[in-house]
Design a protein around this ligand. Structure first.
Ligand code: URA
Length: 261
């Protein structure tokens, strides 16, 4: 196995980072300093050290987590609860989150110690689709939907998003649909509830820019008030997982994420 692959799989860091560690002389193989990330090693008998600590190969771990709103996607935080606070023992095994969800976003978040898997899921060129269910203040015309699907400019840098898919689920006015909304986050609502247009739907994207869904919908005049990720690749969030719960992925599910099934 390549040395950089071994270190990434042993959760020393992402593929990109472990290559830097190797080139900067932080890694030894059988007590010899090495600087070549592509070096072939035998993970069963070679002794690999990172910063003079022996690296043990834990095997690959993959989890799906149903993230509740109100916690941040980070390992630690001085103020807020983090996703790792829900993982208990599993969170101590060198795993990291695959991408991020905003503090107020719910739903499917993956964890792994496999840097290559993370890379495949997150790298836009790999086209792993992520689908989000949303409620937003505003309405979506055919023209808006076309814009979202074909590419819309988001953020101050005016980045053009890659092709996406949008499916409107419900639309109407707040007063009629408020009982169906899975959120109380309606602070920005128009004081005239009767006429405030609202819309729900599914947006599927294959990139992972910061606040991408919110910014895409904002670009067509919609303000997201509820957001939940419901699938990654061919893997849907397990409906039996309560908010805050996690479980291991099966081999079949790992392949579904990567679009191999
Ligand atoms: N897009 C967003 O705007 N927020 C998320 O948490 C994920 C995708």
């Amino acid at each position: 196995m390549r040395l950089d692959k071994f270190l990434a799989e042993a959760a020393v860091g992402s593929r990109k980072n472990v290559r830097i560690y190797i080139k900067e002389g932080m890694v030894k193989v059988n007590k010899e300093l090495v600087t070549e990330p592509s070096m072939e090693i035998d993970e069963n008998c070679d002794v690999i050290e990172y910063l003079n600590e022996i690296v043990s190969y834990a095997g690959k771990l993959y989890y799906m987590f149903n993230k509740p709103a109100g916690c941040i996607t980070a390992k630690t935080d001085e103020i807020h609860k983090t996703v790792f606070d829900f993982l208990g023992e599993a969170g101590t095994k060198g795993i990291f989150h695959v991408g991020r969800l905003d503090k107020d976003t719910e739903g499917l978040l993956l964890f792994t110690n496999d840097g290559e898997f993370e890379h495949k899921v997150m790298y836009p060129e790999k086209h792993v689709e992520k689908t989000y269910f949303f409620w937003a203040l505003g309405s979506l015309s055919e023209e808006d939907k076309n814009q979202l699907e074909q590419g819309t400019y988001i953020g101050q840098g005016k980045i053009l998003t890659k092709p996406a898919r949008i499916e409107v689920d419900k639309f109407g006015v707040y007063e009629d649909l408020k009982h169906e909304m899975a959120t109380n986050n309606v602070n920005n609502i128009n004081s005239n509830h009767h006429t405030q247009p609202v819309v729900s739907g599914y947006l599927t994207i294959s990139e992972g820019r910061k606040h991408q869904v919110k910014r895409m919908l904002k670009s067509v005049g919609c303000y997201v008030i509820y957001l939940k990720r419901i699938s990654i690749g061919g893997l849907a969030l397990d409906k039996s997982l309560e908010k805050g719960q996690y479980r291991s992925l099966t081999e079949l599910e790992i392949q579904k994420v990567l679009g191999n099934l």
